[in-house]
Design a protein around this ligand. Structure first.
Ligand code: FAD
Length: 389
């Protein structure tokens, strides 16, 4: 793939940073479920929070392709780092694409530096895949919206200063998506009760994807100014969020490629070090078959990622490619970490080996930004549209 000099410089800088600052400490921080303050500061210094924010708002103005390649490098070090970045990236994307001039001027410069970070509140206790089934309401009252409802699974929910919140401004609309809107909710980062009527619940303990908080959030007659509506018209929230999810899917593919790359690297090294029956296990055909399958699947996942990212970066419709890439890469990553674990034998089950962490991180990729089952329905719908007889 042809990369620009700027892209090459960014990727190289991130790769060096990951080798130096992340690889040596990731296991320890992950096992302690500790937020990586120092690494986060380093990510800010490298300008990663403004990577795709246009230069006029203080960002780097790079494409989705550059973002995806950056995410591959970060996730190769520790998947949670790409999580710190991603809801923020989606928030920047939403405000830049759909926000009014005032909203862009107000939020993007502070978001570009990482001074203010964004979370995305779409899912609810009773609604994940079925986005139109959300119940959180925002009803206009004078110059404010009054918000009531509960959100679930907010990655970066506590430390964020902006929460892109999907709500129903017209709960009776039929079909429901016509009554959905997105609010830019501002709050004090780190506060569990940042404003009257707004409550950041406890951190949800997870199997993997640790070091980054995932919380619930409750709105009880919470008031936010009417100017928090993303864009200037109600009823656009569903389309806006679907658009953001499309870029989010490219991000998940990139994470999957990063995690799978690391699992492959760990397996190919370990297989040459470990001896059984008088020779390195890499000389046993069964292990070679694992290595061959891992390497080949990884290569295919990378190519699908590059193709989906290139298409979206060029502004073309890419929901089909993004869905296929997300589906393939996340399933491939899951297979590759399992194969890598097999190659490690009993040591793969020990917390002292990296593969143990990768094995717990990978399943999230089968779920986030749309489950594999949902990807298949999206892909099939688009294929039937494309090849309609
Ligand atoms: C660690 C973590 C972080 C997250 N971060 C965020 C975040 O920051 N912001 C946010 O808004 N959300 C977040 N989520 C939520 C995530 O997006 C949802 O979990 C996901 O969309 C699936 O929704 P669900 O969990 O409600 O599953 P459900 O929708 O209840 O699905 C359960 C099962 O049914 C299947 N299913 C459902 N509908 C269909 C159908 N029509 N056809 C076939 N199968 C179907 C699903 O594939 C799945 O297997 C996060 C989740 C996790 C685990």
């Amino acid at each position: 793939m042809e990369l620009t000099d700027t892209q090459k410089a960014i990727i190289e800088t991130v790769r060096d940073f990951v080798e130096r600052e992340v690889v040596p400490v990731a296991e320890e921080l992950e096992h302690k479920d500790e937020f990586p303050e120092r690494i986060y500061e380093g990510m800010k210094e490298m300008g990663l929070f403004g990577l795709t924010v246009p230069e006029e708002y203080g960002g780097v103005g790079e494409s989705l392709m550059t973002y995806a390649l950056t995410v591959v490098e970060l996730a190769r070090g520790w998947m949670s780092l790409s999580g710190i970045l991603n809801t923020h990236f989606m928030g920047c994307y939403l405000i830049n694409k759909f926000g009014t001039d005032e909203q862009k001027q107000k939020h993007l410069p502070r978001m570009a530096t990482g001074e203010v970070r964004a979370a995305l509140a779409m899912s609810e206790p009773e609604a994940g895949s079925d986005v139109q089934a959300i119940r959180t309401k925002a009803i206009r009252d004078g110059d404010d919206y009054v918000v009531n409802g509960q959100k679930m699974w907010l990655t970066n929910g506590l430390r964020s200063g902006i929460v892109m919140t999907l709500v129903k401004t017209d709960p009776e609309a039929d079909p429901p998506h016509r009554g959905m809107s997105m609010l830019i909710v501002e709050k004090e980062p780190g506060a569990t009760k940042p404003a009257p009527g707004l409550d950041c619940g406890k951190n949800i303990e997870k199997m993997g994807y640790k070091g980054i908080e995932t919380i619930e959030m409750t709105f009880s007659d919470f008031r936010t100014p009417a100017s928090s509506l993303l864009g200037s018209e109600e009823g656009r929230g569903f389309r806006q969020v679907l658009d953001a999810i499309e870029v989010g899917r490219v991000n998940v593919s990139a994470r999957a490629v990063g995690v799978a790359t690391r699992a492959f690297e760990e397996a190919i090294r370990y297989s040459q070090e470990r001896k059984a029956f008088g020779k390195p296990i890499s000389q046993h055909q069964a292990i070679q078959i694992h290595l061959a399958e891992m390497g080949t699947t990884l290569e295919a996942a990378k190519l699908m990622l590059y193709s989906a990212a290139a298409k979206k970066s060029s502004g073309e419709r890419s929901d089909l490619e993004a869905g296929m890439s997300k589906l393939f890469a996340s399933e491939a990553c899951h297979e590759i970490v399992l194969k890598s674990l097999r190659v490690h034998g009993g040591y793969g089950y020990s917390k002292e080996f990296t593969i143990e962490r990768l094995y717990r991180d990978a399943p999230f990729l089968l779920i986030g930004e749309g489950t594999s089952e949902i990807q298949k329905t999206v892909i099939a719908r688009r294929l039937l549209e494309k090849y309609k007889i």
